[in-house]
Ligand binder design. Sequence first.
Ligand SMILES: COc1cc(/C=C/C(=O)SCCNC(=O)CCNC(=O)[C@H](O)C(C)(C)COP(=O)(O)OP(=O)(O)OC[C@H]2O[C@@H](n3cnc4c(N)ncnc43)[C@H](O)[C@@H]2OP(=O)(O)O)ccc1O
Length: 269
Amino acid sequence: MTQGNAEPAAAGASGLLRIERVDRVLTVGLNRPAKRNALNDGIILEIGECFASLPEDIGAVVIHGIGDHFSSGLDLSELTEHDATGGLLHSQMWHRVFDRIQYSRVPVIAALRGAVIGGGLELACSAHIRVAEPTTYFALPEGQRGIFVGGGGSVRLPRLIGVARMMDMMLTGRVYSATEGASYGFAQYVTEAGNALGKAMELATKVASNAPLTNFAVLQALPMIAEANPQTGLLMESLMATVAQSDKEAKRRIREFLEHKTAKVKPKS
Ligand SMILES: COc1cc(/C=C/C(=O)SCCNC(=O)CCNC(=O)[C@H](O)C(C)(C)COP(=O)(O)OP(=O)(O)OC[C@H]2O[C@@H](n3cnc4c(N)ncnc43)[C@H](O)[C@@H]2OP(=O)(O)O)ccc1O
């Protein structure tokens, strides 16, 4: 992490994660650069602990990789130790951890560079916004390793890029560039060289300034509404809108706008 005023945060004491905070943004750095941030049990469990104990006053999280790569995926040296039952439990452990990210109380932004491979891509997909830089590339080489995705990729990835594209990725091992990835939905932003983390921090600061209840509704309700049948979805939307607008935070923010005390919504000039 390169932010000047970053402070070390409590979790991540083993060194597998580098956790820091900048104001209301927590940064979580995968910290195994010598192994290209391969995801072993230790790092997955620490990610889980980190998201289970987010400080109350945090408004957003940025997850990134220390070194030149976001993550080379599952630590292949550990998988060979599993029998079938162990494999099932291992995959379910990843699911629980990545669910904590997806269903986090606050928005999570993934800052991507270099390899975003296999389980690393599954991790990135559990974040809410992905920011790539030109070195970033995405791949699912599971077919070459004789395994299958195990970190929720078969559920999350088709929802981002479609089943046909994921089939192509898994069957051919095709590597997608940052710009291809952005056009297919892996990433929402592609920055100039070396600036994915900076852009992610800028976005995180912005989303952390939203009303917490709106962010909560977007993270928790929106994905469910999008998958519900239209009648159920519309009812859920009305209920969520009612809860949000009756919160004192909404009343305060709307009053500030009407009194010309807050920024207008205009394109950047
Ligand atoms: C089945 O149940 C599952 C599955 C899963 C998820 C599955 C997956 O993630 S499959 C994808 C696995 N990843 C890969 O196949 C990528 C392998 N790595 C590479 O191709 C390259 O290392 C690189 C990422 C392109 C970087 O290349 P380079 O910069 O040249 O660095 P290297 O010299 O190759 O690597 C340095 C050092 O790191 C070790 N390493 C790299 N990646 C891994 C890895 N994924 N696992 C273990 N070790 C890795 C490499 O061996 C080198 O080590 P040295 O000791 O030789 O220095 C999820 C959940 C389930 O239940």
